[in-house]
Design a protein around this ligand. Structure first.
Ligand code: 3PG
Ligand code: MG
Length: 418
């Protein structure tokens, strides 16, 4: 990577503005917000420890949720400051704002090695608007800029992009953190010249989310394994009936051209040969978004490529899982993004779990490199307690997809060259 990293810095006595992605899941328990998964905080510790060792004065900035310019109390970063202090084993100061006099005074009082976390930058609309005046205000406490927020690097926001520009214009340095560096290494460099066979597993609900990734990976992969509801748009494209499965009928053409490209490039393109199907029934219950909760009845395996009219495909079936398992077992490099089915429901989790086990096993036994592209696949691996059995799990959801599509990430582009 040609970008400057924290390894190239010596920040002794300087105020270092560190953009981190602490957009962690929270749940309310007894009137308090509790962090349910601290992975994104844990993953920044190496960067923070290095900067602390160097004697920097750390000012951390992050967003949480999408408060859209409002001081939404449930989206405060205060609980994150407490969690970070626990994990770092040292105090973490917190200010209930991210700009202004209070922030500047607290930052000025920091001693080398001290850590301060600022309040949610998205309490201001100017953050997402990448407002230059707001970026200047944030940059008041930034002698050096470090971006370790890979998960937010696809956003051209004030704290991910604007501040870096301000610091660079002043002649200050803007560096990638160690997590950012690792993400770019595994999702980027490692997949440029992969050891072969290179097997890509793609799942998730929508073809439209993955079109560009599929297209790009068809240039690189030996084998593509498709699962998730996305597979049913391919079935539709092949002229099969899809029943009540989630399909994007307007994306059938895209699916057809992907199949054609796979044929031309001699990429093995595998689609499910059997499914777990069930009949969706609306219930009286409403979910958090106010939509009726769907109950699934009459769960069964179907080996007919035409889905029964009253049923939806919700997971890959056992024959597919074993065929995919065999491809995975022979792989030297694996990239996995997206679950094979509705894995949040136990009855539709076996396909995803089988893939998770196969990926973990080939990594452990044959030394294959397995790279997990963030989001739901990471959740599924952790749920199966296999997270530590793969080579790398990305902390980015949208960011990892955009990066895999070959797009330049604004948060990375803004960093200084070595
Ligand atoms: C994420 O969780 O995907 C990142 O933190 C980015 O958040 P956003 O999608 O709200 O910009
Ligand atoms: Mg997102």
């Amino acid at each position: 990577m040609a970008k400057l990293t924290v390894r190239d810095l010596n920040v002794r006595g300087q105020k270092v503005f560190v953009r981190v992605d602490y957009n962690v899941p929270l749940e309310e328990k007894d009137g308090q917000m509790v962090i349910t998964d601290a992975t994104r905080i844990v993953e920044t510790l190496p960067t923070l420890k290095l900067l602390i060792e160097q004697g920097g004065k750390l000012v951390l900035a992050a967003h949480l949720g999408r408060p859209k310019g409002k001081r939404e109390p449930s989206m405060s970063l205060r609980p994150v400051a407490a969690k970070l202090a626990d994990l770092l084993g040292r105090p973490v100061a917190f200010v209930d704002d991210c700009i202004g006099e209070k922030v500047e005074k607290t930052a000025d009082a920091l001693k080398p090695g001290d850590v301060l976390l600022l309040e949610n930058v998205r309490y201001y609309n100017e953050e997402e608007a990448n407002d230059p005046v707001f970026a200047e205000k944030l940059a008041k406490v930034a002698q050096v800029y470090v971006n370790d927020a890979f998960g937010a690097a696809h956003r051209a926001h004030a704290s991910t992009e604007g501040v870096a520009r301000v610091v660079a214009k002043r002649g200050g340095r803007c560096a990638a953190g160690l997590l950012m560096e690792r993400e770019l290494k595994f999702l980027g460099d490692e997949l440029e010249k992969p050891a072969r066979p290179f097997v890509v597993i793609l799942g998730g609900a929508k073809v439209s989310d993955k079109i560009l990734v599929i297209d790009r990976l068809l240039d690189k992969a030996d084998t593509l394994l498709i699962g998730g509801a996305m597979a049913y748009t391919f079935r539709l494209a092949q002229g099969h009936k899809t029943g009540k499965s989630l399909v994007e009928a307007d994306k059938a053409d895209v699916a057809r051209s992907a199949l054609a490209k796979a044929g031309e490039r001699k990429v093995k393109f595998l689609l499910p040969v059997d499914d777990v199907v069930a009949e969706p029934v609306k219930t009286d219950k409403l979910d958090k978004k106010g939509k009726p909760v769907i109950d699934y009845q009459n769960v069964r395996v179907s080996t007919d490529l035409n889905c029964p009219a009253d049923a939806a495909g919700l997971d890959i079936g056992p024959k597919t899982a074993s065929a995919y398992g065999a491809e995975i077992a022979a792989a030297k490099t694996i990239l996995w993004n997206g679950p094979m089915g509705l894995f949040e429901d136990k009855r539709f989790a076996e396909g995803t779990n089988a893939v998770a086990r196969a990926v973990a096993e080939v990594t452990q036994k044959s030394g294959a490199k397995s790279i997990i592209g963030g989001g739901d696949s990471v959740k599924a691996l952790n749920k199966a307690k296999l997270g530590d059995k793969v080579t790398f799990m990305s902390t980015g959801g949208g960011a990892s997809l955009e990066f895999l599509e070959g797009k330049a990430l604004p948060g990375v582009a803004a960093l200084s060259e070595k």
